[in-house]
Design a protein around this ligand. Structure first.
Ligand SMILES: Nc1ncnc2c1ncn2[C@@H]1O[C@H](COP(=O)(O)OP(=O)(O)O)[C@@H](O)[C@H]1O
Ligand SMILES: [Mg+2]
Length: 247
């Protein structure tokens, strides 16, 4: 029997409405709205994107800033509903899509571990049983009772990655999460992702580092102004992307 894709992206388009004029205040905006004077520009962040991700794939998503990578990951994670098309996901997702999403910056790291764990669907009892492992992985032992607003972005990333990967999700989504950590932490995350892969987890990775995509991913998809330019085996695609970046 043929294997089913774990994620199937079918003809997905995403339209954002952008107000055309700048209004000085919210009041002015609503007055204009009431008079039918607000015009919107339609802007497509994704245009008819289709591809499948198979179980166990390590998929790299590449493309310049603004090409639609984060938008696609948010649609896959269920944060956005696509304007057209559909995405079918067959498994559980641990999304690391926006740094600090699921965290409360006024709470301490200790409190946030429980909060973020709950957001990801874990019970307090389960989180308690994994607490030491999370702290150990994130190396934040000495900062557990410090509010997150005093953390560096690298520290927040360490905590987010540690919480999201304590269970084995079917799908791990990591959107630029590794670019904020230091080198040692990046290596640690790569190791953890490789372990998850060994256990059958499918990973989708967005990274500024094309080297990292080359090193870790077997497959790649290249987005260009919201259009899927190429997808398939990572090697030839990253090679072409490198040339494109230089031009
Ligand atoms: N909520 C939104 N409202 C309006 N435009 C958005 C929104 N989110 C993203 N965009 C726009 O969509 C395009 C793609 O953004 P994004 O998916 O974040 O790209 P990438 O992650 O590849 O840098 C960008 O032009 C961005 O400004
Ligand atoms: Mg992005």
């Amino acid at each position: 029997m043929e294997q089913q894709p774990i994620i199937s992206i079918q003809n997905v388009s995403m339209r954002f409405n952008l107000a055309k004029e700048k209004h000085e205040s919210l009041k002015e905006y609503f007055i204009a709205l009431a008079h039918g004077g607000v015009r919107f520009d339609e802007f497509y962040a994704l245009k008819d994107v289709s591809f499948d991700i198979m179980p166990g794939d390590f998929y790299g998503l590449i493309g310049l800033n603004g090409s639609g990578k984060s938008t696609l990951l948010k649609i896959i994670s269920g944060v956005y509903k696509p304007s057209q098309g559909k995405v079918t996901v067959r498994g559980t997702i641990a999304p690391l899509i926006e740094l600090g999403a699921g965290f409360d910056m006024d709470l301490t790291a200790r409190e946030n571990i429980y909060l973020n764990g709950a957001v990801l669907g874990y019970t307090p009892k389960y989180i308690r049983s994994k607490f030491d492992e999370i702290v150990d992985f994130s190396e934040l032992q000495d900062f557990l009772d410090v509010p997150l607003k005093n953390y560096s972005s690298g520290m927040v990333a360490r905590l987010a990655f540690a919480v999201a990967t304590i269970t084995k999700p079917d799908i791990l989504i990591a959107d630029e999460i590794l670019s904020v950590g230091d080198f040692l932490f990046q290596q640690k995350c790569e190791k953890r992702m490789a372990e998850l892969m060994g256990g059958g987890t499918t990973v989708i990775l967005v990274s500024h580092s094309i080297e990292q995509i080359e090193r870790m991913c077997n497959k790649a998809a290249w987005l260009d102004h919201g259009v899927l330019r190429r997808n398939g085996d990572a090697g030839p695609i990253t090679a072409e992307y490198r040339k494109f970046q230089k031009t």
